[in-house]
Design a protein. Structure first.
Length: 241
């Protein structure tokens, strides 16, 4: 069964992970583009290795031509090492931006699908108020990612985490100086350069944040209407004979 993880939980887990990175390094002003390899090394102890997987004899059963990266978690060893993110230098679509995204995506799998308890549960706890008992991880064993599976729910979740960590919500809100993200679409090139992401990832991220803000606006509107309704009702009652 595939576990559904709400977007706001993934957002929160990514923010907690960035916060942990900030507190470990003591550097509260993050530099962009974010060095995600360093983030995951620091908070998870995951090392990032760049290897041409198409030349790997040991991966004969894996379609390495189509694989852009992989993850070997605890006690799963690749060339004698566990806890490693693999980036396939033999993948034809590998650009600097995509490589950064691939590392963040693999880290997303680790954060969301391989960890039990800890920050993951704290993320659920706050928002959904579910039990904070440690749960078993969703995945175990090595994982390889390829573009043919991007619509799989776990792949979507890892990509959402990647976008949230590479383009943090706080940074975007700081840049806009307000809740209107539309102006940012005029500065896409600068933003892609600042965060080191492709146009596609940036636009997706802005759309997600826009949807989140819209949901906020709607719920505020509802509260506003209800209080207005209550006020009106009060005045109507006062007028009543
Ligand atoms: Zn993946």
């Amino acid at each position: 069964m595939v576990e559904f993880i709400p977007k706001q939980v993934i957002q929160k887990v990514a923010e907690q992970d960035l916060w942990r990175y900030r507190s470990y390094t003591g550097d509260f002003n993050l530099e962009f583009p974010l060095n995600v390899g360093d983030v995951f090394q620091c908070i998870f102890g995951l090392q990032t290795d760049f290897i041409d997987l198409t030349q790997e004899e040991s991966l004969k059963g894996v379609s390495t031509q189509n694989t852009w990266g992989g993850l070997y978690p605890e006690k799963c060893f690749f060339q004698g090492k566990d806890k490693v993110i693999l980036i396939n230098t033999g993948y034809t679509g590998m650009t600097e931006e995509f490589c950064r995204f691939a590392i963040a995506h693999a880290g997303g799998h680790y954060a969301l699908h391989y960890r039990a308890g800890g920050a993951f549960n704290a993320g659920w706890d706050d928002i959904l108020r579910v039990s904070s008992e440690p749960t078993t991880p969703l995945l175990c064993g090595p994982l390889f990612c390829n573009p043919l599976e991007i619509h799989h729910p776990l792949e979507i979740q890892a990509s959402y985490y990647a976008a949230a960590i590479l383009v943090p919500r706080g940074e975007i809100f700081r840049l806009t100086g307000g809740p209107n993200l539309l102006d940012l679409y005029h500065h896409e090139n600068e933003l892609c350069h600042k965060f080191g992401v492709s146009r596609q990832i940036l636009e997706l991220r802005l759309q997600h944040l826009e949807a989140e803000l819209e949901a906020d606006r709607r719920s505020n509107q509802r509260f506003y209407s209800l209080s207005e309704f209550a006020k009106n009702l009060e005045s109507i009652e006062k007028l009543a004979p």
